[in-house]
Design a protein around this ligand. Structure first.
Ligand code: ZN
Length: 221
């Protein structure tokens, strides 16, 4: 078994070497630049709910681009009402539209709404999650499910994945230095050719570690 392990680590080393060389060529000798960003609470919306909340055939209005290409913050906002009639207003919608609506909250937001057991999920994985009432300027939608706390995750392309030696679904560690520093142990790896290296965490996570106070950040396997 020992030789199999050596073989595998050698292969990984070679893959990493190739990836490194590629990165050196493509980025003038620099390792991939890690960007860590905080996602505030937001909503993703489907065509059907857009019609109800903002009127038939309405489209999202581009406000500003997000780091991942093609994604953007829209001008449109909604109010979300939780199980005990508590609400959060001015919940921003992120585009483009998706197949299913989804509300992403930090733990503190969820507690504020009265959802104390909000499940931690990767975006899009919304089976058996809590719902909420969504109020828009033109109508109201009852979301049967889709309220989640987004799992901390890292977007990367296959070259960057080879550099780190990770595969889709792996978990990595993110160490944040500084006075309030801490290490996140379950950073989900999401690989897509169109992605740029980028960690997404929520406002609770960012505030807990004082993300804005430090540049000492390290992502590793
Ligand atoms: Zn993300």
């Amino acid at each position: 078994m020992a030789s199999a392990v050596i073989d595998r680590s050698m292969v990984e080393q070679i893959v990493r070497q190739v990836a490194l060389e590629y990165l050196h060529k493509s980025q003038n000798g620099k390792a991939p630049v890690l960007t860590v960003q905080t996602s505030s609470r937001h909503m993703h919306i489907c065509r059907e709910d857009m019609d109800v909340l903002f009127g038939p055939g309405s489209e999202l209005t581009f406000d500003r681009p997000l780091f991942q290409e093609g994604n953007f913050a829209a001008r449109e906002m909604v109010t979300v009402v939780g199980p005990r009639n508590r609400l959060i207003s001015n919940l921003r919608i992120l585009g483009p539209m998706r197949n299913a609506s989804q509300v992403e909250l930090a733990f503190t937001d969820a507690i504020m709404l009265g959802i104390n057991d909000i499940p931690i999920r990767l975006s899009g994985d919304i089976a058996d999650t809590p719902g909420a009432i969504i109020i828009g300027p033109k109508g109201v939608v009852e979301l049967k499910q889709g309220v989640i706390r987004a799992a901390i995750h890292v977007h990367m392309n296959p070259t960057e994945a080879a550099y780190f030696g990770v595969s889709q679904g792996d978990r990595m560690k993110l160490r944040i230095g500084g006075e309030a520093g801490l290490t996140f142990n379950n950073v989900h790896v999401r690989i897509d050719p169109a992605s740029r290296l980028n960690v997404h965490l929520d406002t609770d996570e960012a505030n807990a570690c004082g993300l804005h106070l430090t540049k000492d950040i390290e992502l590793y396997k």
